[in-house]
Design a protein around this ligand. Structure first.
Ligand SMILES: Cc1ncc(COP(=O)(O)O)c(C=O)c1O
Length: 400
């Protein structure tokens, strides 16, 4: 793959080395023109006719199929729209229904302490709303396997830990879960566009993810939801919106779910945001995920070895073995927040996760070896010379 060519496809501000694509991917250069065209030629000229003439109505399927290729999903098994939090809620509700048909006695939703808080909050909220006696149980990531027993209805995990980058083995855990009659839900927020994922091969049941991180869809870009084709016609959506109706424009009083993944649509899709995402997915259409993964492992290894050499004060929080992690590297440092602020002031953009993690996403589409070498030198300067120790860097902002 020609990574110099893909780097040229992104707008990267002068003087910035961007290592935060694990939070928000940078702007694809074509997205600006694509959104402008959507607004002027489609919204502006077509007005309401755009739903048919510009294909706004079918965007969730069309874009869903583009994402499906990146996560090894079958065509027609992914829909796009709403937020990841909502997609987790939908997936979990459907998974609980399916589990109950098989075995009513199973009440445990098993997750891990590395899962993202919203997944856990959504699970707790759903449990309370349903009132059917489910319980959320959290294991340490390494202990999940041992807890897959006959009490567990659902295994709900984020494949790549948002803090450390530690990566679960989807294939293995899905197989073990299925052997024990457990349904799986995978949060792919830090996987889609970061590591190769093969949902169909793994036999995964449900998955969801966001498109504003590695997929570069822009701030607040819509989420995606995967439902295995074998489950689609058996699920009754917990959020039966009109766009998921079999005949939305019949405007009947009773809900009848659409066929297939379409029933997981809820309301009107975010058409402007989808235009930006589409521009980014045009780049992704040309990406070889295996080549991207090789380059990601090389670059993250380089960051780890350079920081270890130049800056022994930082403790590696990510797995040392590149195969065991996603496309980010985290370091523990007590004053990590201030250190990240000091780095941002020097043009090295990473981020901070409480209590002490400095995170750096490494994305081969627009990060290269020179970026990693320069970033490591800046990290070492900030830490070794205590350049973080200034009141302006210690002042906490709302988003870290
Ligand atoms: C793993 C994971 N799951 C869920 C979310 C929440 O997604 P959203 O805010 O789009 O609902 C995030 C956000 O960063 C995340 O990293």
């Amino acid at each position: 793959m020609d990574f110099a060519a893909t780097k040229a496809m992104f707008h990267l501000p002068e003087g910035v080395i961007y290592l935060d694509g694990n939070s928000l991917g940078p702007l694809p250069k074509t997205a600006t023109a694509r959104v402008k065209a959507m607004m002027e030629e489609e919204w502006g000229e077509l007005l309401i006719r755009g739903w048919n003439a510009a294909g706004w109505f079918t965007q969730p399927q069309v874009i869903g199929d583009k994402i499906a290729r990146l996560i090894g999903a079958e065509a027609g098994s992914v829909t796009v729209g709403d937020t990841l939090s909502i997609r987790v809620f939908q997936a979990l509700s459907s998974a609980l229904d399916l589990a109950e048909v098989k075995d009513k006695s199973r009440k445990i939703i098993l997750s891990d302490t590395g899962n993202f808080p919203t997944d856990l909050y959504m699970a707790q909220g759903l449990i309370d709303a349903l009132g059917r006696g489910h319980q959320l149980q959290l294991a340490e990531p390494e202990a999940v396997e041992a807890m897959l027993d006959a009490s567990v209805a659902i295994l709900m995990l984020t494949e790549v830990d948002y803090r450390t980058g530690r990566k679960h083995d989807i294939g293995r855990l899905t197989r073990l879960a299925h052997d024990r009659g457990i349904i799986t839900i995978w949060d792919l927020a830090h996987s889609a566009g970061a590591v190769p994922v093969d949902l169909a091969k793994a036999g995964a049941d449900f998955a969801a993810g966001c498109t504003y991180k590695y997929l570069n869809g822009g701030p607040g870009a819509p989420a995606f939801l995967y439902v295995a084709p074998r489950h689609q016609r058996h699920i009754n959506p917990i959020l039966p919106g009109w766009m998921g109706h079999d005949r939305p424009f019949a405007f009947t009083h009773d809900y009848a779910p659409a066929k297939g993944i379409e029933r997981m649509r809820i309301g009107t899709p975010p058409v402007i945001a989808l235009a930006a995402l589409e521009a980014s997915l045009d780049i992704w259409d040309r990406v070889d995920m295996a080549a991207l993964r090789m380059q990601s492992m090389r670059l993250t290894d380089l960051l780890v070895s350079q920081v270890a050499r130049l800056c022994p004060l930082l403790e590696l929080a990510s797995p040392k073995d590149a195969a065991q992690r996603g496309s980010q590297i985290s370091f523990r440092f007590k004053e990590g927040y201030a250190a990240i602020q000091a780095l941002i002031a020097r043009g090295i953009i990473g981020d901070f996760r409480a209590p002490d993690l400095m995170r750096f996403g490494v994305c081969p589409l627009y990060n290269d070896e020179a970026d990693v070498m320069a970033a490591a030198a800046h990290i070492a300067a900030v830490i070794n010379q205590r350049l973080w120790d200034e009141p302006k860097f210690l002042q906490k902002q709302a988003v870290t």
